[in-house]
Design a protein. Structure first.
Length: 341
């Protein structure tokens, strides 16, 4: 048996570990930033709760990831080039996610992975002289439109929920309102972590299944239970870092928010993620949904609280994510091609 695909598969497995860790670092702040900011939970407790539920969500995603792979017909490509493309995609997403983290910017790992696979696949087709329709004809539109529309839905829903919730709190004891709001936020940490774990488990398992199939491994789905355990542990370890650079931006620099509106932002995020992951199997981005929910709830106040300059900077990073990851993957795939062909 040709050892090159197996070597590439091993490299894909090694590259996946730091990428999973970075995904945990990027995503944990989305669930804990506001609860910690409003003192619903202490930082250490919130981090542990989020990490545990991220891991549980990854494990629950096992059947969903296998089902997704079963109906997705990927075009026939050179196995070694396919493995090289997946390796390049993981390296690109890991590098971009790490760069954005140290800039304090929450970016979409899901967005980056989709763009990376698309960019790398187009590079392979260019090398092999195949028709680009083989890739462009795949169902890219649904996940891309979901990623574009979900921030608008999150913003609008959180903004509207403020109108629906404030009348119930008016005239009530402020301490009691804050207590209830903080309790709900505490619960939302676990729900958001669970929904995020479901999303990440599906994405990374899909890439691993393609890599296993490209390497000629028989019955690749048989390996997935073991892979998911590793996924859960590594993503949870990334969550335990706390994601404080991003958490500081979301909780302190983006918007000044009270416990009531913090509750609305947190429940909007957890609700959309959980419904999108379980009910609709949509590739929502925790980063985009969480930040948009915070902006929606925080902007519906009588006094100026939103740092729009910071939000615009965040949106620029969101827009740069598919360009950076897709372009880097295409370049890396082309650069590795002389060694693989």
């Amino acid at each position: 048996m040709d050892p090159v695909p197996l070597i590439l598969l091993a490299l894909v497995g090694l590259a996946m570990l730091p990428t999973l860790y970075v995904a945990g670092m990027q995503d944990v702040a989305n669930s804990i930033a506001i609860p910690v900011r409003t003192r619903a939970l202490t930082a250490s407790v919130a981090t542990w709760v989020s990490a545990i539920f991220h891991g549980i969500g990854v494990l629950i995603a096992l059947p969903l990831g296998i089902w997704l792979f079963s109906w997705f017909e990927f075009p026939d490509m050179d196995p070694e080039l396919s493995l090289g493309m997946i390796l390049a995609a993981l390296l690109s997403v890991c590098a971009w996610g790490t760069f954005a983290y140290f800039k304090g910017m929450p970016v979409s790992i899901t967005h980056g992975l989709i763009a990376s696979v698309l960019g790398g696949s187009l590079a392979i087709l260019a090398l092999e002289g195949l028709d680009a329709e083989a890739v462009l004809g795949l169902p890219w539109l649904a996940p891309l439109m979901t990623l574009l529309i979900s921030p608008l839905v999150a913003f609008g829903l959180a903004y509207a929920l403020v109108f629906a919730t404030v009348p119930f709190a008016r005239g009530e004891d402020p301490d009691e309102v804050n207590r209830v709001a903080r309790t709900v936020q505490s619960i939302s940490v676990g729900i958001t972590g669970l929904g995020t774990g479901l999303q990440q488990g599906q994405r990374f398992s899909f890439l691993l299944l393609i890599a296993l199939a490209s390497a000629g491994v028989e019955d690749p789905t048989d390996w997935m239970p073991y892979a998911y355990i590793v996924f859960a542990l590594v993503i949870s370890a990334g969550c335990l870092t706390g994601g404080w650079r991003i958490g500081h931006v979301l909780g302190h620099r983006l918007v000044a928010i009270d416990p009531l509106r913090g509750m609305i932002a947190a429940t909007t995020t957890s609700g959309l993620l959980f419904i999108g992951s379980i009910g609709l199997a949509l590739p929502l981005s925790t980063s985009l949904v969480a930040a948009s929910s915070i902006m929606g709830a925080g902007s519906n106040q009588r006094f100026a609280t939103v740092n729009w300059r910071q939000f615009i900077r965040m949106c620029l990073y969101w827009g740069a994510t598919p360009i950076a990851t897709g372009g880097a993957t295409a370049v890396l795939t082309l650069a590795m091609s002389p060694l693989l062909l």
